[in-house]
Design a protein around this ligand. Structure first.
Ligand SMILES: NC(=O)c1ccc[n+]([C@@H]2O[C@H](COP(=O)([O-])OP(=O)(O)OC[C@H]3O[C@@H](n4cnc5c(N)ncnc54)[C@H](OP(=O)(O)O)[C@@H]3O)[C@@H](O)[C@H]2O)c1
Length: 360
């Protein structure tokens, strides 16, 4: 299979660094372009990132001498050079919307980590194991944009990446109707490290702007269906969320409470989690975890530090399933926010797009 040439716009940031490290050795994609703001343009990637490199793995040798372009000013040049771009820029919402749409109109597909287009009705928001069928709406989006090849596909917010996968295999079978979730989110989710955000050492901040709304509403788009030229959102379950920033470098944890129309047994829930496998597993996509949901029987697992890197940070860990006095069950979930929750989820989505012919 011929490798596709890819670019990362916003490649110098926290999520962009993850994209660069995942794409540097990718079997299907060849990272040829890195772009960021005009502050970084013209420098080598190594110079532009400088002391901001925040990953536990070294900056990839194949990326360090790539000369960074401007995501805005060099757009036409970038779009002509690559088969798709991954977007991880941090700009104003309207600027990101315009930038991503402009790349798509230049016939360069965009796989975005940003929230800017998540509510555009004909932009699929996809967790590949959950709603791969939503990619069909790309045909309507191309019609609207007047493109043959260009389109935008997005991944969902990092916060819900831990609990929606665990709820999904229970939802239709048992009639999931009510969810309460508290998330405990790592500082890399704000693009920060303990060096750049020392106030987070020994601290918890009970507010993450916009996160509770995303955590409550985005699952309903994921669980929606393609209806002609748009995605029609699901109306249930009702979800309420509180999102806290906690002093962890990476890994978002969630404490989940859930009720069902037909209360399942504990064994039924565990059996559905163990059997849950989606299209990425069936297609054998390179970044897909073999087992998407890992259940831990130990009372003190999953733990952020021990379990966030499970299956390359692409699997979701679950534990502490037990009955609750107010809801049917409660349990705990964990996922790596910059791997499965951001860049890894974006790369897996691009692999699905390629396997399903959307990047031909
Ligand atoms: N961190 C996470 O876990 C996470 C998870 C899900 C979604 N997100 C979202 O992903 C996006 C990136 O987050 P991040 O944490 O990686 O942010 P970040 O570390 O602040 O990086 C921002 C990136 O955007 C670039 N940029 C800023 N202004 C620009 C401009 N005017 N034109 C072009 N490029 C520009 C920066 O380039 P320079 O280096 O040149 O300034 C940098 O590459 C945000 O929208 C964030 O909300 C983050």
């Amino acid at each position: 299979m011929k490798k596709l040439k890819v670019g990362v716009i916003g490649g110098t940031g926290m999520v962009g660094q993850r994209f660069v490290s995942l794409l540097a050795e990718h079997p299907w994609f060849d990272l040829t372009v890195i772009a960021a703001s005009s502050r970084s343009a013209g420098k080598t990637y190594e110079e532009a990132v400088g002391s901001r490199w925040a990953l536990e793995v070294p900056l990839p040798a194949s990326a360090k001498d790539i000369v960074v372009k401007s995501a805005v000013e060099d757009m036409a040049d970038i779009a002509a050079q690559v088969d798709l771009v991954f977007s991880a820029v941090d700009m104003k919402k309207e600027e990101i919307q315009a930038l991503e749409e402009a790349y798509a109109k230049l016939e360069c597909p965009v796989v975005s980590n940003n929230s800017a287009h998540r509510w555009t009705p004909d932009v699929p928001m996809v967790v590949p194991e959950i709603n791969p069928e939503h990619l069909a709406v790309i045909a309507a989006q191309r019609k609207r944009l007047g493109t043959k090849r260009g389109f935008i596909a997005v991944k969902s917010n990092c916060s819900l990446q831990s609990y929606v996968p665990a709820l999904h295999p229970l939802k239709d079978e048992f009639g999931l109707n009510k969810v309460l979730v508290c998330t405990y989110q790592a500082i890399s989710g704000a693009g920060k490290t303990f060096e750049t955000w020392p106030e987070m050492v020994d601290n918890i901040i009970p507010y993450i702007g916009g996160e509770e709304e995303k955590s409550e509403q985005e699952p309903l788009k994921l669980w929606g269906k393609v209806a002609g030229d748009h995605i029609e959102n699901a109306v249930a379950p009702s979800i309420t969320a509180q999102c806290l920033r906690v002093p962890c470098s990476n890994g978002h944890m969630a404490a989940v409470f859930a009720s069902f129309d037909r209360k399942p047994s504990r064994e039924e829930i565990l059996a559905r989690w163990a059997a849950f496998s989606g299209k990425p597993q069936q297609l054998g996509l390179p970044s897909a975890p073999k087992q998407f949901l890992h259940y831990f029987e130990e009372d003190n697992r999953p733990q952020t530090k021990l379990d966030r890197n499970l299956e390359g940070g692409m699997a979701v860990s679950v534990g502490r399933l037990r009955p609750d006095t107010q809801y049917d069950y409660k349990f705990v979930c964990l996922s790596h926010n910059t791997l499965r929750g951001a860049a890894g989820g974006g790369v897996l989505l691009a692999e699905l797009l390629r396997a399903e012919g959307w990047l031909d």
